[in-house]
Structure formats: structure tokens, C-alpha cells
Ligand binder design. Structure first.
Ligand code: PBG
Length: 342
């Protein structure tokens, strides 16, 4: 029997037509995740035969350099274009020597990765928190170090001395074969300092990806994985207050002026507003970092049976891309591509 004509029968716009079947939804889908979108984080440490599980990052490990080849082959086979490296040094000291030493953990890892697959892009996270004995991202104003200045507040992060170290470490990592240097400490002038030293030292081909980083509690599990928790205070004297958006755009403009090739927003899901405005207002490629806490929360809730791991992970990644990410750093990268049947 024909449906009795009422005013509804005259509805011309029925958006549900486009949602009716799986194939119709496929046809009109605006955002698809592919292997092109991902950057996979790796934690590397000195030693041999090490594959140490990180408790707060289910399925993630600290790897020794000899275990990288197998990992790299798996990553490349999935079509992932890039990895980002986090090193755990054997010895920490006041100025983070392992980060700029030729035989430091990251330079060694870069060489091993490039030996296995020269085409896999290597991004080196450029920060000092894993390497310093106090766990802060640079030189700290404390009486027992050579840069101590009683006129500055105790515990103050010496911005400009830290720039010198960032330059040295960037040159070492570039020399070992890094394709992208990613300053992550929110140190003023870091992009300009790194760009100028790379350019004057024959590494003009190496790109800079600058972090726009909030002082976030979502980094908790990473600090277990990278053994980088600050020994006193927190990082809010240099990382941004999550309450601020205008400040993020001041940082973004400065970083672009200083020569950043790619801007990365971090953490991803809590800062999609910043990501989408970055995409609208600037032409640089935008990266988003789905950080350790975002990954761990999804796993923890899924373990309790409260959410579906695969669906929540893929939904989060899709929405990060929809908001404007050209690339996503994610601990889910390998799993996501397996789930998507890549
Ligand atoms: C180093 C660095 C951190 C992360 C990436 N680079 C830790 C921090 O700022 O404390 C966090 C990444 C994550 O949580 O997955 N500065």
C-alpha cells in the first residue's frame, strides 16, 4: 500500500540515502586512512638482544639496535613511510651527552635502520629529557653545572645554552642519516638554530618538523617507555598551557618563519581545534601525534571490555585525519594498517 502523502513525503533532502548501504557509504566517504598517513614511533636502547615490553604501552617495546632490522622490515612491508626515534641512553648526565655523541643510541639506530632500508624515512625526536640526569629538556640552572647563573631562577631551563646542544645533536643525527629533525622541547628559537647549523654544515637537505607541544598529562606512559620523567618540577615552564590556542598560533607562525618544513600538533585528539585551524590558515604540511596516553587509554578501556579496541582506534585516527592531519604519528600505525587489510 502506498505511503499516505503527508508533509514528510515532500522531503527533498534525505541525507540517509547516502548512508543506506556499505557500498554507498564507501562511495561518499571523505576520509580514508592509508599507509601514506603514518609515522611509527620506535624506542631504542643500548645493548644486544633486547626487546623489553613497556607495561603502560601494550604491545610496544624498547629495542636494542640489533633487533631493529626485523622491526624495520615489518614496518616497510606495511608501506609505512617513516619512523620517529626515541633513544634511551646508558648514562644520563647534566647535558645529555649521549644525544650528540657519534656512538649515541640514536645515531647508532639511524645507521642500522638505513642499512636495512635506506628508503624508510627516519625522524629523530630532538630533545634532551631522556638524556639528562634531571629529566628536563635542556640545561637546567642548578648550582653544580658549569652554566649556573645565580641571577636566574633556580631550576630555570637555560634557553640559549640548550640551543647550542640542540645544534650539536642535530648535526650528529643528520650526519648519521636522519631525514627529518623534530625539535620537541619548545625551546625558543630551536627551529632557527637547527636550520642554520644544518645549512652551514652541508645538511640543507634535512627537513625540520617542529612540535607544537602542550604541557600535557597524556605523556605519562611515554615517560615510562623513554625513562624520561623529570626528577623535579614539571615541563610547564617551556611546554604550552593546554588552555591556550592563540599562543599555539604564535608558535606556529614563528616556527614557519624560522624555517620549519612541517608543523606537528601534540597531543592529537585533545587539540583538534588547533590542528584544523593550522590546516585552514597555513600551507605547511600538518602532522598530529596521537600520544602515549591516548593509546594507553584506548587499550585500558578495551581490556576491560568497555570499548572496542579496533573501532575506537580507527575512529580516532580517522577523525585526526579529517581534522587536517597530513600525517599521524601513532603507536597504532602497524595495527591500524593490519586492521584495514593493507
Ligand atoms: C620528548 C618527548 C615526549 C613525547 C615525545 N617527545 C615527552 C615529553 O614531552 O614529556 C611524548 C610522546 C608520547 O606521549 O607518546 N620531549
Amino acid at each position: 500500500m502506498a505511503y499516505e502523502a503527508t508533509w514528510h513525503a515532500n522531503l527533498k533532502v534525505r541525507l540517509r540515502r547516502l548512508r543506506l548501504s556499505k557500498n554507498m557509504r564507501r562511495l561518499v566517504r571523505e576520509t580514508d586512512l592509508t599507509s601514506d598517513d603514518f609515522i611509527y614511533p620506535l624506542f631504542v636502547r643500548h645493548g644486544a638482544g633486547i626487546k623489553l615490553p613497556v607495561e603502560s604501552l601494550p604491545g610496544k617495546h624498547q629495542l636494542s639496535v640489533d633487533n631493529l632490522a626485523a622491526e624495520v622490515r615489518e614496518i616497510s612491508a606495511l608501506g609505512i613511510p617513516a619512523v620517529i626515534l626515541f633513544g634511551i641512553p646508558e648514562h644520563k648526565d647534566w647535558c645529555g651527552t649521549d644525544n650528540f655523541a657519534e656512538d649515541g643510541i640514536v645515531p647508532r639506530a639511524i645507521r642500522a635502520i638505513k642499512e636495512t632500508d635506506p628508503d624508510l624515512l627516519v625522524i629523530s625526536d630532538m630533545c634532551f629529557c631522556q638524556y639528562t640526569d634531571h629529566g628536563h629538556c635542556g640545561i637546567i640552572n642548578i648550582p653544580d653545572n658549569p652554566h649556573y647563573d645565580p641571577a636566574l631562577p633556580p631550576g630555570y631551563l637555560h634557553n640559549d645554552h640548550t640551543l647550542d646542544l640542540l645544534q650539536q645533536a642535530s648535526l650528529t643525527h643528520a650526519g648519521a642519516g636522519a631525514d627529518i629533525i623534530a625539535p620537541s622541547g619548545m625551546i625558543d628559537g630551536a627551529v632557527a638554530a637547527i636550520r642554520s647549523t644544518l645549512d652551514s654544515d652541508g645538511a640543507q637537505h634535512v627537513a625540520v618538523m617542529s612540535y607544537i607541544k602542550y604541557a600535557s598529562a597524556f605523556y605519562g606512559p611515554f615517560r615510562d617507555a623513554a625513562e624520561s620523567a623529570p626528577q623535579f618540577g614539571d615541563r610547564s615552564q617551556y611546554q604550552m598551557d593546554p588552555a591556550n590556542q592563540r599562543q599555539a598560533f604564535k608558535e606556529i607562525s614563528l616556527d614557519i618563519e624560522e624555517g620549519a618544513d612541517i608543523i606537528m600538533i601534540k597531543p592529537a585528539l585533545p587539540n583538534l581545534d588547533v590542528l584544523s585551524r593550522l590546516r585552514e590558515n597555513h600551507s605547511v604540511p600538518a602532522a598530529a601525534y596521537q600520544v602515549s596516553g591516548e593509546y594507553a587509554m584506548i587499550h585500558a578501556a578495551a581490556q576491560r571490555g568497555w570499548i572496542d579496541l579496533e573501532r575506537v582506534a580507527l575512529e580516532s585516527l580517522t577523525c585526526i585525519k579529517r581534522a587536517g592531519a597530513d600525517m599521524i604519528i601513532s603507536y597504532f600505525a602497524k595495527d591500524a594498517l593490519k586492521w584495514l587489510g593493507a
